[in-house]
Each structure stands twice: as structure tokens, then as C-alpha cells.
Design a protein around this ligand. Structure first.
Ligand SMILES: CC(C)(COP(=O)(O)OP(=O)(O)OC[C@H]1O[C@@H](n2cnc3c(N)ncnc32)[C@H](O)[C@@H]1OP(=O)(O)O)[C@@H](O)C(=O)NCCC(=O)NCCS
Length: 403
């Protein structure tokens, strides 16, 4: 089958949404479509056409992504869909190949995405770089083991104030957290804090923590009273960002003190969430884990030189890449007190792994020693142990929002 792949023009956006909605099973909503149009980068969209019919879509959001001890330009891959009439004919494969070539030419060393299914993207060299935790706790069991004193105060704010003051706080906080990405102002306006009427039976709450007038954290959450007696009243935390332990504790305390709520739920949290260690009765915090961020290394030397390492050392990695042959070479990585250097080499390798496994360990969440135990990394055991210590990182990566 022959098909054409090209970016879409703005007037083709409705067809783009229509194609995606058929593949994902939702009914397009005119207001949501208009909001998306405000932050979509049309020159970074791609669609596949079978004659005149749009049959597949994808796009990239341009991010700056935090990596251990640094940040790199990243291509945030999204809106991946193929119509059911055209699946399993290689259209996604063709889109992926074209897209990663574009990313390479643009000079972005990494691409990242959230996957609808975890078996799709490994074949294209994406590795599971971060897992997220979903937290649930009965509000009756949210007493904290100790109080964290703070000199600040928590205030409820409206959307306008949040839009004015939260981006700077987020920008500082996200540099401490591998896996988080930068947000443009339209992303804030139309995606994080959209101006839409909430359901009548639910309330969106925006709260910020301040010290001496400076915002050091914020939380946005939603809940709604259930007027049927003895029925659960869940509160959903959509985001909680804190620059300090005092801000973190103050925001959780506010959430836990919401009268009438029976259960607090939070998605997209760290697998190593400090809250677990603050609770008097930590077993009450139910945690379930799921894959979140899938990473593809496009430029190996730049990517490996772009982060800091937890141990000094030198290892030569043989990286196998059956999708992009230009990424599959041997590289010597040296980490020292002044940073890291990575060069291609023709010499013997200490450790041998697939590009997707290098991507998986890159943010410090997936351990290289664990992948070796899983039979996915081979080499000299001492070199594997050293590389494992080098790539490990605190804090563990996670992704705060689906994109
Ligand atoms: C996932 C999706 C984009 C795949 O598109 P596609 O054009 O059928 O993919 P391709 O034909 O290029 O498939 C490439 C390979 O991946 C496999 N594959 C692709 N999607 C798969 C899936 N969901 N489950 C199992 N295998 C899959 C194919 O079997 C093929 O394997 P092969 O090379 O061994 O033959 C498409 O099925 C779809 O739109 N699904 C619904 C929306 C969705 O989940 N999108 C992804 C969002 S992250």
C-alpha cells in the first residue's frame, strides 16, 4: 500500500482529531479541540494519507526535559493513531522512522512518550525510563507521624493568580525532578488550567503555599459532595508541586483536612513518594505502579554527556539498535568530578545492551543491574556493577502528566 506522510495544515486539524478519535474511541469535543489548537505545533505534526483520506496521525511537543543533574531538549511524541481500517500495514513504523529522523535533524537528543500499550514502542528503541505511582488512602488514616513546621501559609487562589504565579514555581521545581518537562504559557492556559466550566457536582480547588510572598508550592485537586448518605466521597489530586519539605507537608495537610471527603487519590506520583514516610500508618497508603515515560535516545554521546552520574568511572558500552543503525555503535563513557564525556570507539566493550535498555536506565529509575538480572544486559559483572552505580540517581524519575 502506498501512502503519503506530511505535516498537516491548520485547516486539516479537525480531520486530525477525527482520525485520532476513531483510533482511541472518543467523541471529539469542539471546545477541547479549540484548546488543543492553541498549543499544537503544526510544523511538528505528521499525518499519513491513503489517497485523500487521513489515516494516521502523530505530533511532537517541544520540551526541555529534566535529566539527572541537567536538562536536554526533548521531543514529546503524542497523538499517535492509525485508523482501524489501516492498522498492521507498517504505517506506525513509517511514521516513527520519519519522526525520529526529523528529531535527529532538529538536534533534539531524546524523544519521550506515554504509551497506550507497553508492547508497542520497544521495537522502535524506546525504553521504559520511568514508572509512576497511583496513591489511594482512606482519609481517616492520614495522620502524620510528625509535624513539619513551616513559617508559610496556604492560600486558595483563582485561575488567574495561578496562571500568573505557578509557572515560575513549576519551572524551579521541575529542575530537581528527572522526567519532568518544561511548560509553555499556552500549555498552562489551555492544558493545565483550562478555562472550562466544571461539572456542577464537582469543584476544582487551586491552592498555593507561600513564604514571605513567594510561592514555593501548589496543588490542584477536584472533589464533589455525594449527597447519598454513607457513599464514598473521593478527592482527586491532579498535581502537587513543592520546592521544599515544608511546602510539601502543608499542601498534603490541606488536602487531608477537607471535610466530607472519605478517600484521597493521586495519580502520576513518584514511585518513591515522601508521603509514604510521613504517615503514622504508612500501610494505609495503597500504591500501584505503572509504566509512564518511554524514552528514545536519538544522539547517544550528547545524551550521555547531558546528565551527571552518581559514581566516577569509565565503561565502554556496545549499543545495539536495529531501528536506527546510526545510533548502534560502541561508546566510551567517562564520568568524573567535572562532568561526563562520551565518545565513539572501535575498542572492546565492557557492557553490551540494546538502545531501548540504555534509554531505560538513562533517567536513573530502571537499574542497569536489574536489567542484567533480567537477561537484557550482558558483560563483565564488575563493569555492570560500576555502570549500575553510575546511572543510579535520586530522586527517582516520574512523569507528572500524560502528554
Ligand atoms: C498502535 C497503533 C498506532 C499501531 O499502528 P500500526 O500502523 O498498526 O503499526 P505497524 O503496522 O507499523 O506495526 C509495527 C509492528 O508493531 C506491532 N504492533 C503495533 N501495534 C501493536 C499493538 N497495539 N499490539 C501488538 N502489536 C502491535 C505490529 O504487529 C507490527 O509487528 P511486526 O513488525 O512484527 O509485523 C495502532 O494500532 C493504533 O492506532 N491503535 C489505537 C491507538 C493507540 O493505541 N495509539 C498509540 C498511542 S501511544
Amino acid at each position: 500500500m502506498s501512502f503519503v506522510i506530511r505535516p498537516i495544515a491548520p485547516e486539516e486539524f479537525d480531520a486530525f482529531v477525527e482520525t485520532d478519535s476513531v483510533a482511541f474511541g472518543y467523541t471529539p469535543d469542539a471546545e477541547a479541540t479549540e484548546r488543543t489548537r492553541q498549543y499544537l505545533e503544526f510544523d511538528r505534526t505528521l499525518a499519513a494519507f491513503d489517497r485523500d483520506e487521513m489515516v494516521a496521525t502523530t505530533c511532537i511537543f517541544s520540551f526541555d526535559m529534566t535529566v539527572p543533574g541537567g536538562a536536554l531538549p526533548a521531543a514529546g511524541v503524542s497523538w499517535v493513531s492509525v485508523l482501524p481500517t489501516h492498522t498492521r500495514r507498517g504505517i506506525l513504523t513509517a511514521l516513527m522512522r520519519r519522526q525520529i529522523n526529523d528529531v535527529f535533524e532538529r538536534g533534539e537528543p531524546i524523544a519521550a512518550l506515554w504509551a497506550s500499550e507497553s508492547l508497542i514502542y520497544g521495537r522502535f528503541g524506546y525504553g521504559l525510563a520511568a514508572q509512576n505511582a497511583r496513591l489511594t488512602i482512606d482519609r481517616r488514616h492520614t495522620a502524620l507521624m510528625h509535624d513539619i513546621p513551616s513559617s508559610g501559609k496556604v492560600r486558595l487562589v483563582d485561575r488567574e493568580e495561578a496562571l500568573e504565579r505557578w509557572p515560575a514555581c513549576h519551572e524551579r521545581a521541575r529542575h530537581q525532578q528527572p522526567g519532568w518537562h518544561s511548560r509553555s504559557i499556552p500549555w498552562w492556559q489551555y492544558r493545565v488550567l483550562p478555562d472550562r466550566a466544571p461539572e456542577r457536582s464537582r469543584r476544582r480547588i487551586l491552592a498555593q503555599y507561600e513564604e514571605h510572598g513567594q510561592v514555593l508550592g501548589y496543588a490542584r485537586y477536584e472533589w464533589g459532595m455525594n449527597w447519598v448518605p454513607d457513599q464514598p466521597v473521593p478527592l482527586d489530586v491532579q498535581e502537587l508541586v513543592a520546592e521544599t519539605p515544608a511546602a510539601y507537608a502543608a499542601l498534603w495537610k490541606l488536602i487531608f483536612s477537607t471535610d466530607l471527603v472519605t478517600e484521597v487519590r493521586a495519580s502520576h506520583r513518584s514511585p518513591d513518594e515522601p508521603l509514604y514516610h510521613m504517615l503514622a500508618d504508612p500501610r494505609r497508603l495503597r500504591r500501584s505502579f505503572t509504566d509512564s515515560l518511554w524514552l528514545r535516545i536519538v544522539d547517544v554521546p550528547r545524551t550521555l554527556e547531558g546528565r551527571q552520574y552518581s559514581a566516577e568511572g569509565c565503561v565502554t558500552l556496545a549499543v545495539h539498535d536495529d531501528f536506527y543503525e546510526w545510533a548502534g555503535y560502541k561508546y566510551t563513557l567517562t564520568s568524573g568530578p567535572d562532568g561526563a564525556a562520551c565518545q565513539r570507539t572501535m575498542g572492546p566493550a565492557d557492557v553490551s545492551l540494546h538502545a531501548r535498555d540504555l534509554a531505560a536506565v538513562y533517567l536513573g529509575g530502571t537499574r542497569l543491574a536489574t536489567l542484567a538480572a533480567a537477561g537484557r544486559v550482558e558483560g563483565d559483572p564488575r563493569a555492570i556493577a560500576l555502570a549500575d552505580r553510575m546511572f543510579a540517581w535520586h530522586p527517582q524519575p516520574f512523569s507528572p502528566e500524560v502528554f
